[in-house]
Design a protein around this ligand. Structure first.
Ligand SMILES: [Zn+2]
Length: 291
């Protein structure tokens, strides 16, 4: 069995655009610093945080090159026969890398107490996002699941209670995902999109196979603002500016603890993104099919 790998760091935007930046700035899989002492806790007030990677910053550059999903040096696993490569997953989710000014904001670990304020911010700006929800949270606050869908946002599966999926049996992984899909779909029939994000970005062949068997496309991210560490709004805004380039998938959180700084940083960026002509869109694979 292949070890769990973090795919995301090497997909950082700094790897993008051979013409603008020919040398990848991040190499290989980063180890997950598992400092999430409350993994599995899903109370809206708990301190559960995503801990996807150590801080990995792309080399500062003025480049606005689009994300290159197939950038070298990322140490992607050789997936088991029959499984699509990570690049293929992304191609399936996003189509070909685009130079269109689209940003995919993603919010994990909700719905929770800050979700409503976030939705209000996004709606005021006309932005759409993808919410990777925890099943337990969705079951607790089905009204917020309905609000997310009614706002035109997409919902993805982030497991029932945020375990490290790579430590679970096949049956347990399947249960984590299927229970979450059921919770979302009982709040909004057909509300769950065809995508999932593994907690901490931890995924291996088994997790991938189980996800795909449930028609859930694994989706990681290309950039983040390290909001699981509660940085200042100023620091988060700087990270979000750095992340702003066509096709970026930006990891943020609306649950797992108080997220006021995340809300404030997003609020600060919304007018900037608008002025630069960016569209905030839900991840295509996560948008539920009509009817
Ligand atoms: Zn998470």
């Amino acid at each position: 069995m292949l070890p769990a790998l973090l795919l995301a760091p090497a997909l950082l935007a700094g790897c993008a655009g051979a013409a603008a930046n020919s040398s990848p700035t991040t190499q290989g899989p980063a180890s997950a610093s598992q400092s999430d002492s409350t993994a599995g806790s899903v109370s809206p007030t708990a301190g559960s945080t995503e801990t996807p990677t150590p801080t990995v910053s792309a080399t500062p550059t003025a480049s606005a090159a689009p994300v290159n999903w197939d950038s070298g040096g990322r140490g992607t696993p050789a997936m088991a026969a029959g499984l699509p490569s990570p690049t293929d997953w992304y191609a399936a989710a996003f189509g070909a890398p685009s130079e269109q000014k689209v940003l995919y904001l993603t919010f994990d670990d909700g719905p929770a107490r800050d979700t409503e304020a976030l939705l209000t911010e996004l709606e005021a700006a006309g932005g759409k996002a993808t919410f990777f929800v925890l099943g337990q949270q969705a079951a607790e606050i089905p009204s917020m699941v309905r609000r997310i869908v009614a706002g035109g946002h997409a919902i993805g599966n982030h497991t029932w209670d945020h375990p490290e999926l790579t430590s679970l049996s096949t049956a347990e992984v399947a249960d984590q995902l299927s229970r979450t899909t059921e919770a979302v779909n009982s709040a909004v029939p057909g509300g769950m999109g065809s995508c999932m994000r593994p907690p901490y970005g931890l995924i291996d062949d088994n997790v991938a196979a189980v996800s795909l068997a449930q028609q859930l496309q694994p989706i990681l991210w290309t950039a983040h603002a390290e909001d699981w560490n509660q940085p200042s709004v100023t620091a988060m805004v700087a990270d979000l500016r750095e992340a702003t380039r066509p096709g970026s998938v930006i990891l943020l959180h609306d649950g797992g603890g108080g997220r006021q700084n995340t809300l404030d940083a997003v609020a600060a960026m919304l007018p900037e993104w608008r002025a630069q002509g960016y569209i905030l869109a839900p991840i295509p694979a996560c948008v539920r099919s009509p009817g």
